[in-house]
Design a protein around this ligand. Structure first.
Ligand SMILES: NC(=O)c1ccc[n+]([C@@H]2O[C@H](COP(=O)([O-])OP(=O)(O)OC[C@H]3O[C@@H](n4cnc5c(N)ncnc54)[C@H](O)[C@@H]3O)[C@@H](O)[C@H]2O)c1
Length: 344
């Protein structure tokens, strides 16, 4: 598998996106988010998405350069309409606005309607934490992922991720998770690597459990998070459809679009307006120590906090680079050729 640095991946993505007519500033934002996902080890949300994004531009579903407009706003909220520009462009704007408003008002809520795929949600919540805020975010994503409701065997829900973050010393605690058993992109990565997926992730078109990733794209479905307790992941997903899809006005069962629009819900808390930062940091430090002080199960070396595994992977990958599966690299090169550009 070819090996790339994170900067090289961002450059490759930028090259492809600008060749496809995406305005340079927006292309930089999207390329940086894709490379960041590779950096933290979520390859499912990295440069592998370029093929899907270009297809979405061709289909007219991603509208490069479309204005991200404010539909309505008040002292502590903003409703944005992304007008189907890239989700990364709209989400970046939303985080900037949310931080600004929460610093004025203490808390703020930002929603986005008509949004495309925002990529790795934890990237935005981490940014809020790094700016000294706590945040909660969710996206209802009725895209091609397709999750079966608890007890159902047909696709009805998106993988609807949720992310929560707070400052943790110099870094951030970042929970960032799908409400399905896995992100659809992880099944796609397994398919491209020719690997099987763990049991409990997907079912085939007849509702039978399977570990063959191809079955997902053959009429199958992802399962909700929780295995036998999948009603919990299902319940979270339903409420994210309400908060992200319905409250934002983005919609949940739209039949006027070739694929569902994403709806985004973000909530920001400016910490110093609730608790003095030093006191918060002390509490966090004591809390993490207390959590980690447990006896460990056999074979477990350490307790990791939410977001810590991504931090570690990032340190490693920024130093050592990332391997891109042969099939993904072949597709990227093919795409570059089609766009009349070169990616090395
Ligand atoms: N934009 C979208 O529409 C969309 C849709 C679905 C998923 N996603 C993204 O896909 C990515 C992957 O989601 P996922 O649910 O597969 O992630 P995951 O299962 O790898 O991780 C989920 C959470 O668990 C934590 N974690 C992982 N291993 C841990 C361990 N051993 N100990 C303690 N904590 C641990 C991680 O830090 C993370 O917060 C996320 O970035 C998500 O935002 C985006």
């Amino acid at each position: 598998m070819p090996q790339f640095s994170i900067d090289q991946l961002a450059e490759i993505a930028l090259q492809i996106l600008t060749a496809a007519g995406v305005p340079e500033d927006d292309a930089r934002t999207v390329a940086a988010e894709l490379a960041d996902a590779n950096a933290v080890g979520h390859d499912s949300h990295g440069v592998i998405r370029l093929m899907q994004y270009l297809e979405m531009i061709e289909q007219g579903f991603v509208k490069p350069g479309a204005a991200v407009e404010t539909v309505r706003s008040g002292p502590a909220f903003t409703l944005l309409d992304a007008n189907f520009n890239f989700g990364q462009v709209a989400a970046t704007r939303a985080v900037e606005l949310g931080i600004e408003q929460a610093r004025q008002a203490g808390t703020s809520t930002v929603m986005i309607r008509n949004c495309n795929h925002v990529g790795r949600l934890g990237s935005y919540s981490k940014r809020a934490a790094e700016s000294g805020l706590a945040s909660m975010m969710a996206v209802n994503a009725p895209g091609p992922g397709g999750v079966a409701p608890f007890g159902g065997i047909e696709r009805r829900l998106g993988t609807n991720p949720i992310s929560m973050s707070a400052p943790w010393g110099e870094t951030a605690l970042v929970l960032d998770m799908t409400t399905s058993a896995t992100a659809e992109g992880k099944v796609r990565v397994a398919l491209q690597k020719g690997e099987s997926v763990p049991e409990g992730w997907i079912i085939d078109a007849d509702g039978n459990p399977t570990t063959n990733p191809a079955r997902l794209y053959d009429g199958g479905a992802l399962l909700p998070l929780g295995g036998p307790l999948g009603f919990k992941g299902f319940g979270l997903s339903v409420m994210i459809d309400v908060f992200g899809g319905m409250l934002s006005g983005s919609g949940v069962c739209r039949t006027d679009l070739p694929r569902g629009a994403n709806g985004v819900w973000m909530y920001f808390v400016d910490l110093p307006q609730f608790i003095e930062r030093g006191a918060f940091d002390n509490l966090m430090s004591q809390y993490v120590d207390a959590v980690r002080s447990t006896k460990k199960a056999p074979g477990v070396d350490e307790i990791l906090m939410p977001g810590e595994i991504e931090l570690r992977r990032e340190t490693d990958r920024r130093a050592n680079g990332v391997s891109v599966p042969d099939e993904t690299w072949r597709q990227i090169q093919e795409l570059a050729q089609k766009l009349g550009t070169s990616v090395g």
